[in-house]
Every structure is written in C-alpha cells, then in structure tokens.
Design a protein around this ligand. Structure first.
Ligand SMILES: Cc1cc2nc3c(=O)[nH]c(=O)nc-3n(C[C@H](O)[C@H](O)[C@H](O)COP(=O)(O)O)c2cc1C
Length: 244
C-alpha cells in the first residue's frame, strides 16, 4: 500500500465551487472550511449539497457542537471538530487546539462520521488517521511508514489550491482544469474575487511572470475569460499546458 491507495481528501479551506472542481479530478471527500458552531446555530443559512462532505466546526462546548451536528446531518456525511487551529482568536474563544485540554467535550457516537483535526508530533496512532501537510504532487508516492498502518486517507490543502488536478496525477494544472473552473464558477454564479483568486493560484506554476502580472490586474470575469482564450487557446480545443 502506498499513500495514493488510500482516500484522497480536500482539506478544510474551500467553498462549494472549488470543491466541485477537485471532485472532478479524483478527490474522494471534501471538508468545508471551519464554521463556528454557535454562529451557525444562530443563522443556519449554509446548505451546501456536494457529497461526500464533512462539515468542520469550531466549538467550545459539547452541546452546541452536538446541536450543530444534528442540523447539518441531513446535508452532510460527517462532522469534524477542529482541534488544530492555533490562531489566537480561536484559542481565546476556547475553540481550536484549546479543546485538547477538555476531553470531556467530545461528541458521543453520532450516527454518522465524527472526526477531529489535530496536530500530532509523535507516532500515537491507534485510530484511523488521515495524514495532512505538504502533499504537493502525485510524486509524493511514498510507501507507508510502518507506524502509519492506520492511515485511511491523505488530505491536501495548498497542493490542491495550486493544482486542483493533483489527485488525478497531473504535476501542474492542466488547461482542461482551468476551463472546468470557468464553467463551474459561471454556472454557480461564483463572485469574481473568488473566481479570480483561485485562478491566480492555479496558474501560478504554469504561467510566466508577465502573464501573471496581466492576470492579476484583470477586473472582471469576462476580461479573464478573454485573456485565457487569447493566451492559452480556445476552450473547444482544450490543449493541455503540461500533463507532467
Ligand atoms: C486558505 C486556507 C484556509 C484554511 N482553512 C482551514 C480551516 O478552516 N480549518 C482547518 O482545519 N484548516 C484550515 N486550513 C489548513 C488546511 O486545512 C491544512 O491543514 C494545511 O494547509 C496543511 O496542509 P497542506 O500542507 O496540504 O496545505 C486552511 C489552509 C489554507 C491554505
């Protein structure tokens, strides 16, 4: 078994449109970005419908987390408690890594998957584990270290931001993926800033510096799409920038 024979997972950080993109390129499971459970309970607007989806919460008390899990369970496949967030605001609110000091605040056996995201520095692995950090290309096909026999998945964050097709085996973002992003964001009505920012990340390694300068300066989706047509070729021909 090597790490590419386990589940391929998109880290908690991105919204629906980008999750839809990575799912087209062999991502098995996506996590939502962290949602603060008490805020979610006050304004339960989010109803994303992509699957399989794990909803990540920040919570400082068990009841609020359990309530939030009940509300999202019809729309998701599991909940994850972020116990790894080291940011000062989260620690001061009692969220994130703080919860490790409160083991009594764990959800007790909900009817669907429950996980925690934590930082570990030792081989203390006797539960199913998803490994995360610095998985950047499909060349990271290391054999599993012996202490990782409980590894069930690999999770990528920044590697997918810069190449959403990484799990398919591309070493760099293929143009097909860029056009898929254009189609998805157009269909979903994604705001320009989100469309543009992700595109900048995706093209970072496959475009020249002058090209990046122009892309960064564009102010509308129409201008970006025109630029893509003119620079990288017609959408219909779908040439590949680099298949690795
Ligand atoms: C833009 C961005 C947003 C993130 N948001 C979250 C989050 O909401 N919850 C979380 O647990 N981790 C979050 N992370 C951390 C990632 O989930 C992941 O653990 C981290 O980037 C390390 O993995 P990587 O080396 O594959 O990027 C975020 C990372 C990035 C780059």
């Amino acid at each position: 078994k090597n790490i590419w024979e386990v589940l391929k997972i998109c880290a908690p950080m991105v919204r629906l449109a980008f999750r839809s993109l990575v799912r087209k390129f062999d991502c098995d499971i996506c996590f939502t970005p962290m949602i603060v459970a008490p805020d979610f309970m006050c304004s339960v607007k989010a109803r994303d419908t992509d699957h399989p989806l794990i909803v990540q919460f920040a919570a400082s008390d068990a009841q609020t987390l359990a309530d939030a899990a009940c509300v999202v369970s019809p729309f998701s496949d599991g909940v994850d408690l972020n116990c790894g967030c080291p940011q000062r605001w989260a620690m001061s609110e009692g969220y994130g890594a703080c919860l490790l000091n409160k083991p009594e605040n764990q959800v007790d056996n909900p009817n669907y998957t429950a996980s925690i995201k934590i930082r570990i520095h030792k081989d203390l692995l006797s539960v199913p584990v998803i490994a995360n950090r610095d998985i950047k290309t499909h060349r990271d096909t290391l054999p599993l270290p012996p202490h990782m026999s409980c590894l069930v998945g690999v999770m990528a964050g920044r590697g997918l931001l810069s190449n959403p097709a990484m799990f398919t085996g591309y070493n760099e973002t293929p143009l097909e993926c860029v056009w898929d992003w254009v189609d998805l964001t157009t269909n979903q009505g994604t705001p320009f800033t989100c469309f543009h920012q992700h595109l900048i990340y995706m093209l970072e390694r496959v475009s020249s510096q002058p090209e990046r300068k122009v892309i960064n300066s564009l102010q509308s989706s129409a201008a970006v799409i025109d630029y893509l047509h003119n620079t990288y070729g017609s959408k219909d021909r779908r040439p590949i920038i680099n298949t690795g």
